[in-house]
Design a protein around this ligand. Structure first.
Ligand code: SF4
Ligand code: SF4
Length: 717
């Protein structure tokens, strides 16, 4: 009887402490600002729970640690039944769970998972103590050790309790299903009845006490994720991966007192605070982050941990102030330190390229980019505190509609070609009602010399294929990506609204662009402002034209080609096949992947508006990626993004490797291989007559009409 009373008291104390802490934690999350995360698609949510939580898909991207976690996770699920049995056994000798409690296969699963979890612990300890990967730098390692030791204790006590029950004859499962427990029971064969009873009692209580302590401890530790991970996955954003959190600003009504983004802890949304309480400190995000990997202070893991620690530090007093009344709460919020730079250094916030590697790697769907951008929004729109060099780009975006600060009329300069290229006549969308495609040129394509050639070559390819297309000419504005990712939401909004209005006026439906940032913004973010368009990246479009036989690569190009996946195409939008299909369709090319490719690509360093900021700390991100490309067996680095083109070309020049590797857009490689036939001129869908210039049958663009990048570069040199 005493045993039962004591266990009941301990159980109530532990559950009570757990409930109080859970109440506080919910209160902490409610300190955050509102954000509508009501699930829109339950089917999608169910799928995510199955795939991410129960299937552990993101963890299994890394085989060994993934399998280790998979077995520990499923061990917890299955062995929950043994915990119920253990507590039941305190109250009733020979207790079994109704219906399933004597079922052999369940007993077998329990046995299996005891061993699997122990094996998982050995692997976890080996990773932590022997391998010591850098991703754990900054994590609470001691805390993780305590948890591993506690889990080891739970497993051994389960095993010994089961073995003692077998030897005492009241084990509920048939022992032929539980060979491990039966094997341990053999150890007690020659023990007296009293000794076996004592072993049963000691291990049963030991087991129960660890569980009760564990239940309270996890609510104060990073292992809180055991409870919050499933919830965090449930409330994962349903926005497209590449779309930032929407923010609507009434520019007309903006005043100095308005707050934007996240200045203080309470400006972060409840979901952003939940992210903090869910972080497992696994460091997967940190290990993939281009900023961290090149020696910058930004670690997405430490950023999330800092916010979590700040919440735990301030949560209790904020809750107490809230209970006292509105005035007291307002004063407590007022007294909070600023998130930047007190909790997170400004530099950390500006280092991010918004490449998405952290979000993709995170096994519990933490959304780092939303938090970083909210802090940028505050720094730019609230504090006017940002890297000095950004000022010029922002002013240019506001006054000229492009970050280069060039006049709108210069947007069509590229159509004039170079000394080796004939001018192209491309109609404005308003003059081409039969245009099937709006070619969205983008600022980099229009104003950067290297990319003007790409735009020209892509336009030539469309003409050769007989595509009817038009552009917005000088009326095109920057899509707004740099402004939005800098945190200047009001400039983004202004540009987005102008572009959407213009395209709607001209009844644009289908857009093709050479720029993944334009692609992502128009396709994923313009719908937030009522602009929904079909957008295709030029690599996919070219692959389509090749498949349809409208473009026929014929000239052999004996090059070893590799392709750099742009983050905003491959990772944020799952678009990567077209580029490879086009390259592989070119006769003579030998294609090889870079070590990090597809979803797992590595940033070129220009995203997140980093293109417009200095990079003074650590190794340059573009140099890191260039080194990876140079270490490959390829001599040509194909790209599908004007910014990657600039960054990687600069990287190769910096490494003095221009004779070893050339950077070429996929469109340039394809045009290089297209044989122009006399009839191609007529195929130019816009009646421009520029399909093949002089109709000099059978020659390759290398001989004059298209741009031969190598020739042009020699000429420039
Ligand atoms: S988005 Fe990329 S650069 Fe930014 S924190 Fe994540 S991994 Fe690092
Ligand atoms: S944010 Fe995600 S990936 Fe990064 S340490 Fe936390 S749980 Fe791991």
């Amino acid at each position: 009887m005493f045993e039962k009373i004591l266990m009941t008291l301990l159980l109530l104390a532990s559950l009570g402490a757990f409930a109080l802490r859970a109440r506080d934690l919910v209160g902490y999350l409610k300190l955050g600002s509102g954000e509508d995360r009501r699930p829109r698609s339950w089917a999608q949510k169910l799928k995510e729970q199955i795939v991410v939580v129960f299937g552990q898909r993101k963890l299994l991207q890394w085989t060994i640690p993934g399998l280790m976690h998979f077995f520990i996770f499923w061990g917890f699920v299955i062995l929950f039944t043994t915990i119920v049995e253990a507590f039941g056994a305190v109250y009733q000798e020979g207790f079994h769970i109704p219906l399933i409690g004597k079922w052999g296969p369940l007993g077998a699963l329990q046995d299996f998972f005891v061993v699997a979890v122990l094996a998982g612990i050995v692997v976890a300890l080996a990773i932590r103590k022997i391998q010591k990967p850098g991703r754990f730098r900054g994590s609470h390692l001691k805390e993780a050790d305590y948890i591993l030791y506690a889990i080891t204790g739970i497993m051994f006590t389960i095993l010994f309790t089961r073995a003692a029950e077998i030897s005492l004859g009241f084990f509920p499962y048939p022992t032929e299903w539980t060979p491990v427990s039966a094997g341990v029971a053999n150890l007690f064969e020659n023990f007296s009845l009293e000794a076996r009873e004592a072993i049963d009692t000691v291990f049963l209580w030991w087991h129960s006490l660890i569980i009760l302590g564990f239940l309270v401890y996890i609510t104060y530790s990073k292992h809180l994720h055991i409870i919050t991970a499933g919830i965090n996955v449930l409330f994962t954003s349903e926005r497209p991966k590449g779309a930032l959190k929407p923010m609507y600003i009434d520019v007309e009504q903006m005043s100095e007192d308005d707050t934007f983004g996240a200045a203080k802890l309470t400006d972060l949304s409840w979901k952003q605070l939940l992210d903090g309480t869910t972080c497992t400190e696994c460091g997967r995000c940190q290990s993939q982050c281009p900023a961290w990997n090149t020696g910058k202070p930004l670690s997405p893991k430490l950023l999330i941990m800092d916010i979590r620690d700040h919440l735990f530090e301030q949560g209790a007093q904020l809750l107490a102030a809230k209970r006292q009344g509105e005035e007291q709460y307002a004063a407590a919020v007022e007294a909070l330190p600023a998130l930047n730079p007190e909790i997170v250094e400004d530099e950390v916030i500006w280092d991010c390229t918004t490449c998405g590697a952290c979000v993709q790697a995170c096994p519990v769907n933490i959304e780092h980019i939303d938090t970083i951008i909210d802090m940028r929004r505050n720094l730019v729109m609230g504090e006017s505190r940002f890297p000095r060099e950004m000022q010029t780009a922002l002013q240019s975006l506001e006054t000229t509609g492009n970050p280069w600060g060039q006049p709108p009329q210069a947007r069509i300069e590229w159509t004039k070609g170079t000394s080796k290229q004939e001018p192209l006549e491309i109609p404005h969308i308003s003059e081409a009602p039969d245009a099937e495609i709006l070619f969205w040129v983008g600022c980099a394509g229009a104003y950067d010399d290297r990319n003007k050639k790409v735009v020209y070559d892509f336009a030539r390819l469309m003409q050769i294929a007989g595509v009817k297309f038009a552009t917005l000419g000088p009326d095109e504005n920057c899509n707004g990506d740099p402004a939005r990712r800098m945190g200047a939401e009001y400039i983004y909004q202004m540009l987005a609204e102008q572009n959407i209005e213009l395209m709607k006026e001209n009844k644009v439906k289908k857009i093709v662009t050479i720029c993944p940032h334009c692609f992502n913004t128009i396709f994923n973010e313009y719908p937030q402002f009522g602009g929904t368009f079909e957008v295709i990246h030029h690599t996919e479009y070219l692959a389509e034209l090749v498949k349809e036989g409208r473009l026929k690569p014929q000239t052999t190009i004996e090059k070893k080609v590799t392709y750099h996946d742009p983050c905003y195409l491959s990772r944020h939008n799952d678009v990567w096949e077209g580029a490879r299909e086009v390259i592989e369709a070119i006769p003579g090319t030998e294609y090889g992947e870079l070590h990090r490719h597809g979803h797992n690509t590595f940033c070129c360093g220009a995203g997140g508006a980093r293109m417009w900021m200095e990079e003074n700390m650590g190794k340059r991100v573009n140099t890191e990626r260039t080194d990876e490309a140079l270490a490959s067996a390829s001599d040509t680095l194909a790209v599908g993004c004007p910014f990657c083109n600039i960054m990687l070309s600069d990287g190769i020049t910096e490494r003095k490797a221009d004779d070893r590797m050339q950077v070429r857009d996929v469109a340039q490689l394809l045009l290089h291989s297209i044989e122009i036939r006399p009839s191609d001129g007529d195929a130019g869908g816009n009646g421009s007559g520029n399909g093949n210039g002089n109709g000099d049958g059978g020659r390759s663009p290398l001989s004059g009409n298209g741009s031969d990048p190598e020739e042009e570069e020699k000429e420039e040199a």
